[in-house]
Design a protein around this ligand. Structure first.
Ligand SMILES: *Cc1c(COP(=O)(O)O)cnc(C)c1O
Length: 374
């Protein structure tokens, strides 16, 4: 089965991991700091905090923002559940705002209708690798004293109007899961425009430990002294994983180029296929294409999904609207709330897209899709 996404691991990646294993630090060492430095530089020159997954990064960002009971987080439903669940875990209510039907990105008009006095964070997802419309989302958040959060699990390395992902929202989170644009196995990071938020995120993911003597509230017990002021978790990324991440970062530009080539080939070869809508484009975006999300029209998505799978093509569906999950249904969220997202979901099919996919593979996918739609 040709997968829909897959990591690309080079000899250099393997050598980097082996070197880390032979070194002094398996975790909390210099490679973690170096990875955070490099991600921060890539993402607009802001401080990055690494962590164990994209899900952890979202939890960490919401915790840094001080999200808690009584707060609302406005979020797209066209995403993986973690974009919303990090806020729910902290006791906030999630308000889902509908998407643009062409791009799958959160619709600023829907956000304008959803924000209010209780809104603490507005969360967009850079669906498929195209940045959302932060130029409109930021003022909407600012007006009610909320922060913007970009779930950039799909879009590390992308830009919007020349500005890098990481510089587009107050907080930006990344995932380094194997199917994403670069991998550390499991892993993630968050980037913050406000250094104070980054410090809070760092402490949250580091068990809440405070090691700066200037901030001690107890009498200093000695050289071993450290204090906990707020509860935290251990979401630390290891040096072994960071070694892989650093090596993968050297390849990100090449990954981006190859993903764009594959997208161009799909675009060209699928342009005239009836019953199919190709991914909508976001003006001003230079994406890193993580997904190639076509829409299968005329109610034929399930049939086409089954035929592609039977032909050995591992297509995927991204995503079931978040509020359909029983955990959100149990909280009172009802189907029908975001009609564009539900219509998008009903038609969406993600075709295989990863850097090591060959042109022949792409042509095989195209032929199988044409046959499935006949
Ligand atoms: C993958 C993904 C996540 C979660 O990342 P993990 O590293 O798998 O925990 C969150 N949001 C989106 C949009 C994702 O695609």
């Amino acid at each position: 089965m040709l997968p829909y996404g897959r990591q690309s691991i080079s000899d250099a990646d393997i050598d980097a991991v082996v070197a880390a294993l032979r070194g002094d630090w398996l975790t909390t060492g210099p490679l973690v700091a170096e990875l955070e430095q490099r991600i921060g530089e890539l993402a607009g020159g802001h401080r990055a905090v690494s962590c164990t997954s994209g899900t952890a990064a979202l939890h960490m960002a919401y915790a840094a923002a001080g999200v808690g009971p009584g707060d609302e987080v406005v979020c797209t439903p066209m995403t993986f559940v973690a974009s919303a669940s990090g806020a729910s875990l902290l006791g906030a209510s999630v308000v889902f705002a509908d998407i643009d039907p062409e791009t799958g990105l959160i619709d600023p008009d829907a956000v304008a209708a959803a924000v209010g006095e209780r809104t603490k964070v507005v969360t967009a997802v850079d669906y498929a690798g195209q940045p959302a419309d932060y130029g409109r989302l930021q003022p909407l958040a600012n007006e009610v004293g909320a922060l913007t959060l970009a779930d950039a699990a799909h879009s590390i390395g992308a830009t919007l109007d020349g500005r890098p992902v990481g510089d587009l929202a107050d907080m930006t989170t990344f995932s380094f899961f194997p199917t994403k644009n670069l991998t550390t196995g499991e892993g993630g990071a968050a980037v913050f425009r406000d250094p104070a938020l980054a410090q809070r995120a760092h402490e949250f993911h580091f068990i809440g430990l405070v090691r700066d003597p200037a901030r001690f509230r107890m009498t200093d017990e000695g050289p071993w002294h450290q204090e906990v002021h707020e509860l935290g978790v251990n979401y630390r990324l290891t040096d072994v994983a960071s070694a892989l991440g650093l090596s993968q970062l050297n390849r990100l530009e090449a990954f981006k180029r190859r993903r764009a080539e594959i997208v161009a080939r799909y675009d060209e070869r699928l342009a005239d296929v009836p019953g199919l809508a190709l991914p909508g484009r976001r003006p001003g975006a230079d994406p890193v294409w993580h997904l190639y999300p076509v829409r299968v029209l005329e109610g034929r998505r399930r049939e086409v999904y089954d035929r592609m799978r039977a032909a050995g093509i591992g297509v995927q569906v991204n995503y079931i609207p978040v509020y359909w999950h029983p955990v959100y249904a149990d909280l009172g969220h009802r189907r029908g709330a975001c009609p564009n997202a539900e219509a998008f979901y009903a038609q969406e099919l993600s075709l295989p897209l990863f850097p090591d996919l060959t042109d022949d593979d792409v042509d095989r996918v195209v032929d199988a899709l044409r046959a499935a739609l006949r």
